[in-house]
Design a protein around this ligand. Structure first.
Ligand code: GRF
Length: 221
C-alpha cells in the first residue's frame, strides 16, 4: 500500500530583489529543508544584472526581470511587477534587497502580505548605508528587522527583530556581515510565524496568538 502523504498547503511567495539575493537564497533553503511552509513561485528583479536572478535561474525557479530604469512612471513599472506576481499566483511578497519604494496602490493590493528585511533595529536607521550610520552614531547594538510593508520608507509594523552587538573593531562591512547572518535566519522565522500562527495588528503592533490568549497574557504582565 502506498504511504499516505499529508502535505500541508504551501504558501506561494514572490521574492523581489535588486542585487545579490542572499536573503532570497536563505528563504529558498528554508522552503527546501522544511523550516518554511512556502514555495517560491517567482523571483523578480528590477535590475537586469542582479546576480540573484542568475542564482534563481540556476536553482530552476521561475524568474522575471522588470527593469525600472527607463520604465516610465513608477505606476507603470509597478503595474508590470504586479502582473508578473499575479501571473505566478503569489500570495505573499518578500522584498529582499529590493531597492524601490512601493506605491500606496501596490501596497493596498497586497495588504499585510508584503514583508521587508532591513539591516538595522528599526525605527533606528531606516534607508541606505545604515551600518555606517549606526557606527557613526555610536550605538552598541544594531541588528535586523522584518516588517510588514506600508507605503513609507521602512515604516511598516515590525514582525520580529534580532540584535547584533557592535564591536570596537567593526567597520561597516564587518557589521553588515554579522547582521546579514542573522537576517538569513530571521526572515524565514518571521515569515513562518505569519504563515502558521494566528496574528493580528493592533495599532503598530503585530500580535501573535488568539486575541483571548494575548489579552490574558497581557493582564498577567
Ligand atoms: C540586506 O542587508 C537587506 O537587509 C537589505 O538589503 C540587503 C540585501 O542583501 N534590504 P541580499 O541581496 O539579500 O544579499
Amino acid at each position: 500500500m502506498r504511504p499516505l502523504v499529508v502535505s500541508a498547503k504551501k504558501a506561494p511567495i514572490a521574492v523581489l530583489i535588486s542585487g545579490r539575493g542572499s536573503n532570497f537564497e536563505a528563504l529558498h533553503r528554508a522552503t527546501r529543508d522544511g523550516r518554511l511552509p512556502a514555495e517560491i513561485v517567482l523571483v523578480l528583479s528590477n535590475v537586469p544584472s542582479a546576480s540573484g536572478i542568475g542564482r534563481a535561474r540556476s536553482l530552476g525557479l521561475a524568474t522575471a526581470v522588470v527593469p525600472s530604469r527607463g520604465a516610465g512612471s513608477r505606476t507603470a513599472h509597478e503595474a508590470r511587477v504586479r502582473q508578473e506576481i499575479e501571473r505566478a499566483g503569489a500570495e505573499w511578497i518578500c522584498l529582499a534587497g529590493y531597492m524601490r519604494l512601493l506605491g500606496a496602490d501596490f501596497v493596498a493590493a497586497f495588504e499585510n502580505r508584503i514583508l521587508n528585511i532591513h539591516p538595522s533595529l528599526l525605527p533606528s536607521f531606516p534607508g541606505l548605508d545604515v551600518q555606517q550610520a549606526a557606527l557613526d552614531y555610536g550605538v552598541r547594538v544594531s541588528g535586523c528587522t522584518v516588517h510588514l510593508v506600508d507605503a513609507g520608507l521602512d515604516t511598516g509594523p515590525i514582525v520580529d527583530q534580532r540584535v547584533v552587538r557592535v564591536r570596537s573593531s567593526d567597520t561597516a562591512g564587518s557589521l553588515a556581515a554579522r547582521i546579514l547572518r542573522e537576517e538569513h535566519r530571521l526572515y524565514a522565522e518571521a515569515l513562518r510565524r505569519l504563515l502558521v500562527e494566528e496574528w493580528r495588528i493592533e495599532g503598530r503592533r503585530v500580535l501573535f496568538g488568539p486575541p483571548s490568549a494575548t489579552s490574558a497574557a497581557s493582564k498577567r504582565e
